[in-house]
Write a protein that binds this ligand. Structure first.
Ligand SMILES: NC(=O)C1=CN([C@@H]2O[C@H](COP(=O)(O)OP(=O)(O)OC[C@H]3O[C@@H](n4cnc5c(N)ncnc54)[C@H](O)[C@@H]3O)[C@@H](O)[C@H]2O)[C@@H](O)CC1
Ligand SMILES: Nc1ncnc2c1ncn2[C@@H]1O[C@H](COP(=O)(O)OP(=O)(O)O)[C@@H](O)[C@H]1O
Ligand SMILES: [K+]
Length: 481
């Protein structure tokens, strides 16, 4: 998706923008006219052989767009049929209908035919509950017939806020939305249900799109570059010393992957801190990555007198171990940056908020299962989107939260949030999370602020995965960084 404005809007925020535009110099029908014209143009461009445009019109402004689309397509010579309902009197949608009056058949009467294109203008930003039964049945008939769907603003049935369906929902081949993306377009499963996304300019001035809810797509406007700048005066310590804690012998491979990923991602030097029982095994595997035997809290405290140790990764393969809490506390008390992942998160299940008192940079990288263990109440709250879950978690722990998945959300305690949408699904392989933890660690060791560090790391992880072979393992992913 090529989108210039990387800010994301909730439907409520977009509604406020629409109202501000209309209170200013723009008229509601003017916006609707441009929205409808753009959707009609998209239908003609992407379905040049369409035999019949089936325009499903709802009662609100989304339906209003549908009436404008009907007029434009009919004028272009496309057979058009409208199903749905008439708009309420006196609304912008009523203006749209009056601009092209005609028959609106009942939704129950629509029978899919070959060559149909469904243009779904039933509900957009105003959807607030499950669609009624007659629409649910129509969605099913269209899906069974394989009729292509072009959605206006959002596929009907999809929450533009959470990206979750409120019940039965159209699966669109293409969605044309207006002015900016809504959060529901990029969060899963919304992103899949929208198909190809197209954002069109309907004349809303960009100054009105200055959203005070700071949610953006994860891109260089957030983090700058994915690789740290290196100049002639750089030396390895200037690029930062990263430490990754190893677990016991049996699970020591995970820390190695984090460490190797950290070195590739641009930490100046990386040391694996191993319990004595794992030192031999690690030595057999490590080359550029260094090693140190660290068996207890005293050994760690002693080592931390070296103020060049910049960032720590704790958790991958670490095991369910009481040392996690001690190590985390000691690192944070010493003011060093900490990435908590995997077993490092699980150890804190009920006590994660205790970390909020430390000011040192902290990045938590939970996947869905770990998020549930740490923040079950946030996951059970159906009213919250993944973005708001991540933001609340970040504010509770006073940490950056990287809530992983194909729609990874990076959130900061101050409310900033970024969504990464371009990670390929081949990342669903054992160890790819360990690799991410190492990249985040490197990014922190480089001295970036923690939110930017996490955003850069998530982007680099995705970029490496796109470059790696199709059937990659986590080792291939490291090689592709
Ligand atoms: N000026 C504007 O505000 C613009 C709005 N536009 C269009 O307007 C849409 C938003 O319009 P509206 O706010 O009127 O909202 P919608 O047209 O999405 O739906 C609103 C109506 O549907 C009802 N409704 C919601 N969920 C329902 C359900 N599950 N079952 C039955 N009824 C349900 C609501 O009570 C309300 O009456 C956007 O998605 C976009 O397509 C565009 O025309 C561009 C400009
Ligand atoms: N289907 C997918 N599409 C894109 N990214 C994915 C997908 N599945 C997993 N990922 C990413 O891969 C990484 C997996 O991390 P994690 O679940 O901790 O795996 P592991 O524990 O095996 O290392 C995360 O960064 C996650 O965002
Ligand atoms: K729609």
């Amino acid at each position: 998706m090529a989108i210039e404005n990387t800010r994301l809007f909730t439907p409520a925020a977009m509604g406020a923008v629409d109202r501000a535009a209309i209170d200013g110099s723009l008229s509601g029908p003017g916006l609707m006219e441009r929205a409808g014209a753009a959707v009609a143009a998209s239908a003609l461009e992407h379905w040049p052989g369409l035999k019949r445009a089936i325009i499903l019109c709802g009662p609100g402004n989304n339906g209003g767009d549908g009436h404008v689309i009907a007029r434009h397509l009919a004028r272009a010579g496309v057979p058009v049929e409208r199903f749905g309902m008439k708009p309420r009197e006196g609304t912008d949608a009523a203006w749209a209908f009056e601009s092209f009056p005609g028959v609106i058949a009942a939704l129950a009467d629509y029978r899919p035919e070959a060559g149909d294109l469904i243009i779904d203008a039933l509900f957009g930003a105003g959807l607030d509950r499950a669609v009624p039964d007659e629409i649910a049945k129509l969605i099913e008939r269209a899906a069974n017939a394989g009729t292509p769907v072009l959605a206006v603003d959002l596929p009907s049935g999809l929450s533009g806020y959470s990206g979750r369906p409120t019940g039965p929902c159209f699966r669109a081949d293409r969605t044309v939305t207006f002015a900016a993306l809504k959060t529901g377009h990029v969060l899963l499963p919304g992103r899949d249900l929208c198909g190809e996304l197209e954002v069109v300019d309907i004349g809303i001035p960009s100054r009105l799109l200055a959203n005070d809810d700071p949610v953006v797509l994860n891109d260089p406007s957030v983090y700058g570059t994915t690789s740290p700048a290196i100049d002639a005066s750089s030396h390895k310590y200037a690029r930062g010393h990263l430490v990754v804690f190893s677990g016991p012998l049996i699970s020591s491979g995970a820390s190695r992957m984090s460490a190797q990923a950290g070195l590739r991602a641009g930490a100046g030097l990386v040391t694996v801190a191993s319990p004595p029982g794992a030192v031999m095994a690690q030595s057999a595997h490590l080359t550029a990555v260094m090693q140190r035997s660290v068996g207890d809290a005293d050994a760690l405290s002693d080592w931390l007198k070296d103020d060049r140790l910049a960032a720590f990764v704790l958790g991958p393969g670490f095991g369910h171990n009481e040392l996690v809490k001690d190590y985390a506390r000691i690192v944070l008390e010493a003011g060093r940056a900490l990435v908590l992942d995997a077993d490092g998160l699980t150890a804190f299940a009920d006590t994660i908020a205790d970390l909020s008192s430390f000011d040192a940079p902290k990045v938590l990288t939970p996947h869905e299962g770990e998020f549930r263990r740490l923040f079950p109440d946030l996951l059970d709250d159906d009213a919250l989107s993944k973005i708001d879950r991540a933001r609340r978690a970040a504010s509770r722990v006073n940490a950056i939260v990287v809530y992983k998945g194909a729609d990874t959300v990076i959130a900061a305690p101050d409310g900033r949030a970024a969504i990464n949408c371009d990670a390929p699904s081949k990342l669903a392989t054992a160890g790819s999370g360990d690799v991410l933890a190492g990249i985040v660690g490197a990014s922190l060791a480089n001295g970036r602020p923690p939110f930017e560090a996490a955003c850069a790391a998530v982007a680099l992880h995705a970029e490496a995965a796109r470059r790696a072979p199709d059937h990659m393992t986590a080792e291939d992913l490291i090689a592709a960084i």
